[in-house]
Design a protein around this ligand. Sequence first.
Ligand code: GLU
Length: 418
Amino acid sequence: MRSPLPDYLTEVAEACSATKGGEPASYIPELAKVDPDRFGIALATIDGEVYAVGDAEHEFTIQSISKAFVYGLAVRDHGLEQVLAKIDVEPSGEPFDELSLDASGRPRNPMINAGAITAHTLVGEPDTAPHERVERIIRLLSDLAGRELSVDEDVWRSEVATADRNLAIAHMLRSHGILTDSAEEVVSAYSRQCAVLVTARDLALMAATLANSGVQPVTGKQVFTGAQVRHVMSVMLTCGMYDSAGDWVSSVGIPAKSGVGGGIIGALAGQAGLATFAPPLDAHGNSVRGVETFGRLSRDTGMHLMKVEPPARSVIQSTRVVQRGGESMRIYYLSGTIGFSGAEFVARRLSQDPPEHHAVVLDLTGVHSVTDVGRRMLLETARRLRLDGHEVYLVDTDDVIPDADPGDGRRLPLLADQ
Ligand code: GLU
């Protein structure tokens, strides 16, 4: 059988290529030379499968998409508290290159240039030379992509030659004591970060690393911790799409970051990394076809942050009574992934409709995984059933609740499949 995924993505690409409009970025002259019809889509799963269609292997510059990862690197190098002291995490609602700081004198968030330039200078030790910082950043981006990346020297030169706005931002940051390095050096190094060449396939894997709690799905390298990723993705969600973040969250609902090179990445925790490449941009600076594609993918796949299948109602699949050694036992067949709401449902059901039998069995054969809070709540439920005089057993052939001690010193006895 042939996987339907490539065919599906091709269909999406065909449908979305009908979307016209927008212009490739031209404020960096070299970017305006791109073929506006280029269009690629890539999706990387958290176990490292990549589906790539169209121009997904074509290289272009990462631009602002790098901001999300470099911010993560600053947090990795200095800890969240120190970084938050320098850069806030509030959506600005302003254009990406606005010369502005918040009331406390910090850039409003790391996804606008003022915050991104600050984050860039937080990479490495304070005495790290600008070229070493860039090397560290290229190392990070290469680790995320799973291959060695390089800089497009022409785009870099073109951006440096026209960087008045970013120089103004750097001087503003210097005047507030946020930057101490020379504005020219910082902007030149930051422009190299923006000029790193990637493909949509690379970007999908970089996004999938975020979706996979910081572990690159192909190489297995732990690039960020789970906590760092959660923070970066939260900021992407609220600030990642320039000044159209609110519209994006409601219509697409995937933490994302776009760049003026025409790329957009999106990552949904535990699901997948997505990337598109299509150079014409809308008035906010987001790729027109990329926005359209993400909307379509989000609708078709249900990958919207606010669309969570309600596990609670289906957690108890069925229940029945069996006879065993002359004793009757009430079995509850649980299923799905049990987190807080699923475990709450089980606890509520067992408290509101208490089992009439002495022996109670929680059959976990249909359960894929139990979150930490789910595990603690199920074990507490078992402990309370015991206090009410019940004997509680588990059927747990896949060991989804290893070491099931409800805290009263006696593990829950395991039964074979019922
Ligand atoms: N290098 C670009 C700049 O700082 C990145 C902008 C972007 O992709 O939004 O102007």
